[in-house]
Every structure is written in structure tokens, then in C-alpha cells.
Write a protein that binds this ligand. Structure first.
Ligand code: GLC
Length: 412
């Protein structure tokens, strides 16, 4: 099957999935919202899902893409934070409030973060918005304010920022955090103790650190931050290029493991957490990553048939990891991000592959992804060997597969 034919089919499929997830309304306090919910099971606006939705929409209907991102920044607090989850028009369900990272029942959003892909998504959407020339500049102030919040509240002085719960990494049950969390790992019962600990401290990172709580310097969050600064540079922020370079340099200096050729998160004791998940490869997306490091990520890991290059790539955790679990055992689904393929990773990794000239592998990746979607539809995640669809569905965020195809078609 050729890319052009796949794109034709994928455009229709992606449009239907995004359309089905579209929500609009006005909150009781009069704020309008228009965004895509990931799935019926996830009715809220999720930060990084929304960034991917906007990029997917930008291939079909840029006005919706802009509305989605404008809605995300409309949820910004006066101090700059844009939360992990925004509850537009439907307050937190009290029965589930203990699970949400909120401080009080009336909160419109969580007090926690997700990988900050916003500057990148805004720049992508702006590039496809010739009919709305003001859109690019409009993003600069709110996104820069969010970056400054991250630096102020979470920064370590070298441009990198910390997380205080594993779900802030986007990869809720990531095996990278098994060692420091043990029985408190997501979604074990002990995880609620982590939430309670942080809620009592109003999710103030510095208080959580001072009081001995879990915290980490996560690769994916910091990669998204560098990419978001790169996006702000494209939007015209004068100091953003330098900030992106600083974060990228610190990622390399602090989180890159030269012997393994991978990036590892740093745990609460300051030591690296040696687990290979797709986050370990994510810095590939960064313009400023030295080529030799980027090539090792691709040659030794991404394209390795026993690590990440499985029949339906890219698995969320390397198949060589002890914790790797690709699919269901009986009827029991695997814990999140411990093996199955989520399509969230496709585009960030593809950006690096295309920058470095891995055109054949990039084509292979997007065609296999299209085959996966033809086989199982848009699902939350997939078994990387069989392609079986798992988790929530229909899952709008997987419509990012359209953007992946379009990127490869543009260079073919
Ligand atoms: C799960 C994922 C998270 C995602 C959310 C909505 O919680 O771990 O990354 O944002 O679902 O799709």
C-alpha cells in the first residue's frame, strides 16, 4: 500500500474519530470551550492529548486545531500553570475526587502537569494557519508564562524541571519509577498515599521534595519542554532558541548515559533509573540533539528488532526489559505504558528519524502504523506483536497517525 492511498483513507478515519470526540460549551462562569476528548472514558481535556489532537486537526481543519489550543490556554491559572486535566463544564465527580490531583472540589483543573508539548503544537498549527496570521504571536505570552511557571516551581537551575508523580510524565505506570515507588507505584493502592501526600502540600514541588516525597527529573517531560521552547522560537519569541538549547544541553549532560546510549530519568536520590522506555529515545525529536547521540538512539535501540522495532512499533517499553508486558494475560490488561504501543510516540520519534535522513525506516514506521489502525481502529494502545487494540476506544488521540503519514509523504 502506498502512502498517498493510506493518507486518503486515514484522513476520513481520523476526521471521524476527532469529530466524535469534539465537545463545545460554556462553563457556569461564562468561559467557552472547544476541544476533543480522548475517548468516552476520558471526557476531560488532557494536556498532551490536546496538543496531539490539535496537530492532527491542523491537517484537516486548522480552525478546530486553533480552537483546541486556545481552549487549553484558556485554562491557564493566573500563576501560569496549565494543568494535566481540565474539567470543562463538568466538576470533578466527588466519588472519584480522591483520584484526581485537585485540592478542592470546585477546581477547574488538576494542580499537576503533563509533558508540555504546547509550544511545539502551537507552532505546528500556526504553520498551517495562513488564514489567521495573528495566531502565532497570540501563543507566545501564555506559553512563555507556563514555561516560566515550570522554571520557577519545578526548575533545578539548569533548565530541567522535576515531576512529583509518575502520571506527570504522561506514562502513568512507567516501569522507570518502580524502584523509587515500589508499592506506591501507579495504579497500586499505595499510589493514593502519594496523591494524598502531595495534595496536603498543595502540589508544591519544593515542599514535596523538602518533606521527602517522590520526585524525579523525567526525560519525556524535559524533552517536551525543549521542543516547546523550539516551538516558541518558531513563533518569534526572541530568547526561546537559547532556552531550548539550554534544556537540550542539560538533558545530555545530566540524563544521557553514554555507555548504554539512552536517556534515563533521575530518581529522588539523584541516581539514574536505568529502564528503557520510549522516553529514553524521545530526545531524538530535538533539533539541538548532537547527531552522534541521535544516531545511536535510532541504530542501537529504535531499529533494534528485540528492543523497539517490533511488528507494530513503537512499544512503550523496550521488549528487553524485565517488566515488558506487550498485551493482555487472559482478560487482564497490562498496566499502562509497560509494553503496548501508544501512537503518542510516533510523531516525536519520526521528527528525529526524518531530520537524520532515515527515510526508509520512517516510511516503514508510518505504513505499519496505518496497517495497525486498519486492523484495529483507533484504540488507546495496541499489542506490538499482534496489533490487537486495547484500552479505550474509539480513541481520538491516535488520529495523530494522520500527521505521521503526512510528514513522511512531504519528504517522499
Ligand atoms: C492515560 C494516559 C495519559 C493520557 C490519558 C488520556 O491516563 O496515561 O498519558 O493523557 O490516559 O488519554
Amino acid at each position: 500500500m502506498c502512502i498517498a492511498a493510506e493518507i486518503r483513507w486515514m484522513r476520513a478515519t481520523a476526521r471521524a474519530a476527532l469529530e466524535a470526540g469534539w465537545r463545545e460549551g460554556v462553563t457556569a462562569s461564562g468561559v467557552g470551550y472547544r476541544y476533543t476528548r480522548p475517548a468516552p472514558r476520558y471526557p476531560e481535556q488532557f494536556f498532551w492529548d490536546s496538543c496531539f489532537h490539535a496537530v492532527a486537526w491542523s491537517r484537516l481543519d486548522p480552525a478546530r486545531a486553533r480552537a483546541e489550543l486556545r481552549t487549553l490556554v484558556a485554562a491557564q491559572r493566573p500563576d501560569g500553570l496549565i494543568g494535566h486535566t481540565v474539567f470543562w463544564g463538568r466538576p470533578v465527580r466527588w466519588s472519584r475526587a480522591h483520584l484526581y490531583n485537585v485540592v478542592s472540589r470546585g477546581d477547574g483543573a488538576t494542580w499537576t502537569i503533563q509533558p508540555p508539548f504546547l509550544g511545539w503544537a502551537w507552532a505546528e498549527v500556526a504553520a498551517r494557519s495562513p488564514d489567521d496570521p495573528g495566531f502565532a504571536a497570540e501563543g507566545i505570552a501564555p506559553i512563555a508564562a507556563f514555561h516560566e511557571w515550570l522554571e520557577r516551581e519545578r526548575g533545578d537551575g539548569d533548565g530541567l524541571v522535576g515531576i512529583l508523580q509518575p502520571d506527570e510524565s504522561g506514562m502513568d505506570a512507567s516501569p522507570a519509577y518502580d524502584r523509587p515507588l515500589g508499592l506506591r507505584a501507579h495504579p497500586r493502592p499505595g499510589f493514593l498515599a502519594v496523591v494524598r501526600f502531595n495534595r496536603r502540600r498543595r502540589y508544591r514541588y519544593r515542599d514535596v521534595v523538602a518533606d521527602g516525597g517522590f520526585h524525579a527529573v523525567d526525560v519525556l517531560v524535559n524533552t517536551a519542554l525543549a521542543l516547546s521552547w523550539e516551538g516558541l522560537a518558531r513563533l518569534g519569541h526572541p530568547a526561546a532558541r537559547e532556552r531550548a538549547e539550554r534544556v537540550t544541553r542539560s538533558l545530555v549532560d545530566r540524563l544521557y548515559d553514554r555507555s548504554r546510549g539512552l536517556f534515563f530519568a533521575e530518581g529522588p536520590d539523584g541516581r539514574p533509573l536505568h529502564v528503557s522506555t520510549w522516553a529514553a529515545l524521545a530526545p531524538l525529536a530535538l533539533d539541538g540533539l548532537p547527531d552522534d547521540i541521535a544516531r545511536r538512539l535510532v541504530d542501537e535501540h529504535l531499529l533494534h528488532p528485540r528492543r523497539y522495532w517490533l511488528p507494530y512499533p513503537v512499544p512503550s517499553t523496550s521488549a528487553e526489559e524485565r517488566t515488558f508486558r506487550p498485551g493482555r494475560i487472559g482478560r487482564v490488561a497490562p498496566r499502562y505504558w509497560r509494553g503496548p504501543t501508544w501512537l503518542f510516540s510516533t510523531v516525536p520519534l519520526l521528527i528525529g528519524m526524518l531530520r537524520l535522513g532515515y527515510r526508509d525506516a520512517a516510511t516503514d514506521l508510518v505504513l505499519r502504523t496505518a496497517r495497525l489502525v486498519r486492523r484495529s481502529g483507533f484504540r488507546e494502545y495496541y499489542n506490538p506483536y499482534s496489533g490487537e487494540g486495547l484500552g479505550a476506544g474509539p480513541f481520538a488521540t491516535s488520529a495523530i497517525a494522520l500527521d505521521a503519514l503526512e510528514r513522511v509523504a512531504a519528504v517522499s
